[in-house]
Every structure is written in structure tokens, then in C-alpha cells.
Design a protein around this ligand. Structure first.
Ligand code: GDP
Length: 293
């Protein structure tokens, strides 16, 4: 595992026991470590550059508080700036005419189907009447997987064979309306890479159903590539939230900052395991601490 930023900065500051203000040289040495830590956490280099210059500006000449040593002081500034960049939590857009349609999009293997079931479970526990929609007819295994997960969380799954996803979603919505459901969660098809046919299909679904939320599911293990993926999906559909999955792995999830800061799409949930309850509601301070290690 990586050495934490705090440990690194404490080493740098071991010999800098002066009080008063941080000098520009102190800050230079420290900023190198901050930059490295963010790159190791998979924050995109273009985002790191801007971020570091903001932190530098605040850190140069910052009064060193009596309560904190210089390393802690810089960490505090980095942490505060990270929280600012990560953005305020925003809940799902669940108010308005029912049923609300949530749409999950993402590359194959990103954790979409799992996230759909996790979300269904969470919303059900909050008293919503949830219907899952298997809108990935190209992979029978994906439909089966959602059905199995749906059973596990006690949420029905809508599916019809040989019906194209836009029509399938429209029918599912109608079914939900008639059945008194309050939320439908559409698990859409993924591809191994960004492709035009997939984007056209996603767009066609949104034309039919007008989702209240379109959540992009991104595997945090893909690192710097995550920003490119988010930009690709954003060109096709109006993303309203991000779910970063596999945050229980080695990745620190810095890609979430890149996506948030470049695209403005708010982070909404983190997937933290294969289990059906391993879904965390996004909390900026907790995520900032994790990214810093
Ligand atoms: P999809 O192709 O996007 O629908 O992806 P799946 O939901 O099928 O997930 C792909 C694999 O990733 C499965 O083996 C899941 O169990 C696993 N997975 C999904 N989310 C997480 C997570 O947050 N943590 C871990 N460790 N594994 C996950």
C-alpha cells in the first residue's frame, strides 16, 4: 500500500520546526508530495495541476496555527480544497410525479447490475416501491443476474424477451405506473468500450422515458481512464450523478474528483463490495480522507 500523504509530509517537516509562516520553499517541497499523492490516487493530471496551484496559493503565507504542526496544517488545506472540489452531496431526484425513473449507464463490468440491485435495496428500505428493469437483452446472463439479485433484495424485475431496450423501458414504466410503483431502476446494456450504437440506444431510452436521474457507474479500478469514459457518456446523455464502484479495492477513487471537477456531474454513491448492502451514500469528507490515504 502507499505511504500516506500525512506520513510523507511529516517526514518533510521533521527538519522544519520553525514557527510563524510557511515559506515558499517549504510549500514547494510539500506540493511535490501532494501532487504525487493525488496522481497515485488516480486523479487526472490536468485536474491535479489546477488543484495543486489552488492549494499552493492558500498554503504560502498561511499562518501556522499553534494547535497544528506544519504538516497537519497543509493536510488541512488539502483536505478542505478536496472537499470543495468534490462538491456537496446531492440526493436522487425523487420528488415529482411517480414513478420516478432512474437509469444506470456504464461500461460492461463496471458494476452496473450490482449497483442497480444495491440501489433497489436501499430505496426499498426507505419505503419506496421499487421495480427493477432488465434493459440489457444482449446478454442473457445479465438479465439472469439481475433477476437473481432482485430476488435477493425482494424487488421484482421487469423483462420481456425480444423487445428492444427503449420500448422495453417504456413498457416497464407503464407497468410501474399501473402497479403503483414509486421508482423504477433501469439497468441498461454496457459495452467493453465507448461505442456509438450503445450511445444511440441510451439516448433512445431517455427519449421514451425521461429519467429523473441518469447515473453513470464507473469502476474505480480503471484509474485515469475514468474521466474519458465519463466524458463519452456525457456526450450522449445528461448525466445527473456518479456511482464509483469497487472502492473496496486498491484504488483510492481519485477519478471521482476528476469527473466531478471536469464534468460537474455530482458524486452520489460509492460501491464498497460485492455484497448487496455494500453501497455508501457519498460523503465529501470521508471520500477526501480516503483519497489522501
Ligand atoms: P455490469 O456488467 O456493469 O452490470 O457489472 P456487474 O454488476 O455484473 O459487476 C461486475 C463484477 O464486479 C461482478 O463480479 C460484481 O460482483 C463486481 N462488483 C460490482 N460492484 C462491486 C464493488 O463495489 N466492489 C467489488 N469488490 N466488486 C464489485
Amino acid at each position: 500500500m502507499f505511504e500516506t500523504l500525512t506520513q510523507r509530509l511529516e517526514q518533510i517537516f521533521t527538519n522544519l520546526r520553525r514557527r510563524g509562516k510557511l515559506t515558499e520553499q517549504d510549500v514547494d517541497a510539500v506540493m511535490r508530495e501532494v501532487r504525487l499523492a493525488l496522481l497515485e490516487a488516480d486523479v487526472h493530471y490536468s485536474v491535479v495541476k489546477d488543484f495543486v496551484s489552488r492549494v499552493r496559493e492558500r498554503a504560502v503565507g498561511a499562518e501556522v496555527s499553534r494547535a497544528l504542526n506544519p504538516a497537519q496544517q497543509v493536510i488541512k488545506i488539502v483536505h478542505e480544497e478536496l472537499i470543495k472540489t468534490l462538491g456537496e452531496p446531492q440526493w436522487l431526484n425523487l420528488t415529482g410525479p411517480k414513478p420516478r425513473a432512474l437509469m444506470l449507464v456504464g461500461l460492461q463490468g463496471s458494476g452496473k447490475t450490482t449497483a442497480a440491485a444495491k440501489l433497489a435495496r436501499l430505496l426499498r428500505s426507505q419505503g419506496e416501491r421499487v421495480l427493477l428493469v432488465a434493459a440489457d437483452p444482449y446478454r442473457p446472463a445479465a438479465v439472469k443476474q439481475l433477476q437473481t439479485l432482485g430476488e435477493k433484495v425482494g424487488v421484482p424485475v421487469y423483462y420481456e424477451e425480444k423487445v428492444a431496450p427503449p420500448l422495453l423501458c417504456a413498457k416497464a414504466y407503464e407497468h410501474a405506473q399501473k402497479g403503483g410503483y414509486s421508482v423504477i431502476i433501469m439497468d441498461t446494456a454496457g459495452r467493453s468500450q465507448l461505442d456509438d450504437a450503445l450511445m444511440a440506444e441510451l439516448k433512445a431510452i431517455t427519449d421514451k422515458v425521461s429519467p429523473a436521474d441518469i447515473l453513470l457507474v464507473v469502476d474505480s479500478m480503471i484509474g485515469q481512464e475514468a474521466l474519458h469514459v465519463a466524458q463519452g457518456f456525457r456526450q450522449a446523455v445528461n448525466l445527473t450523478g456518479l456511482i464509483m464502484t469497487k472502492m473496496d479495492g486498491d484504488s483510492r477513487g481519485g477519478a471521482a474528483i476528476s469527473i466531478r471537477s471536469v464534468t460537474g456531474v455530482p458524486i452520489k454513491f460509492l460501491g464498497t463490495g460485492e455484497g448487496i448492502d455494500a453501497l455508501e451514500v457519498y460523503d465529501p469528507s470521508r471520500l477526501a480522507s480516503r483519497i489522501l490515504g
